[in-house]
Design a protein around this ligand. Sequence first.
Ligand code: AHN
Ligand code: ZN
Length: 320
Amino acid sequence: MKRSMLVPFLVLFMAAFSCGSQQGTKPATAEFDAASAFGFVKTQVEFGPRVPGTPAHTACADWYAKTLKQWTPDVFVQEFKARAYDGRPLEGKNIIASFNSQAKDRILLCAHWDSRPFADHDPDPANHFRPVIGANDGASGVGILLEVARCLSLKKPAVGVDILLLDLEDFGEHANWRGSSSEESWGLGSQYWAKNPYPAGYKARFGILLDMVGDSAATFPMEGTSMHFAPAVVKKVWAVARGLGLSKYFLDTESDPLIDDHLYINRDARIPTMDIIDYDSRRGGFPSSWHTTGDTLDKIDKDTLAAVGRAVLAVVYQEK
Ligand code: AHN
Ligand code: ZN
């Protein structure tokens, strides 16, 4: 073959194999790809526990910003200081990625990314001051939102979308703590953002928070704080999930109100925000790996990630 003929073949060959999605050979599509989401969970876990003040925490924050910048130029890292329940000073980073940033009508999607510094619900007391890896508690919600971000970059939504990765959610008081305490020790990143929203003066039609959305046995009852502040948002998400045949995950029962990041976003930023969270009072609460050293990647199920991711994406594209 003449060299002049080989060149177009080479170009074709390189095009076919260079710009696929995670799998390399498959072309990128705007469909939620559960294997891709799982890969994003795995990458986070591989940094080590994303405990505030550690190198893993810093490195993972940098990775989120770099990853999101592939899909939108509008990425902002909001750095802030906070104080833990025991008085120790903390430094946090909320990461905000905006899509269709000109649109006035917007939707907020959030998840916390930090790991809990202590596995204070571990069956073995020797682990009560060791960190939680947070494959489910933290990384699962972010993994889904990163995959949502990839989809949004390929298919522009009619409304604006802001992905908010919240820090310092899980530095809430240790179960053994006997000092004075308050429920305000949870969600320090969302408390900061809700009082200092970025972009300034931020408004959204509604928000959806993802928390512990990866366990193989996950189920999501309608959470009580969400039903108090944002019942119409819960109903909207549940209707979409039902339409997608996902009612085995999205249960038509109501469960206890929880203190989670959405509480502060509702209360202080006044954005009606609901929480998709694997907590069922009838089953004994959170999954058994919650706040234990067993919150590891092997508990994460691609089908659960797909169920939540597909529901969230469908809600976003349905908004006009
Ligand atoms: C409390 O345990 C008070 N709230 C649960 C918030 C949370 C912790 N979400 C994940 N980890
Ligand atoms: Zn937690």
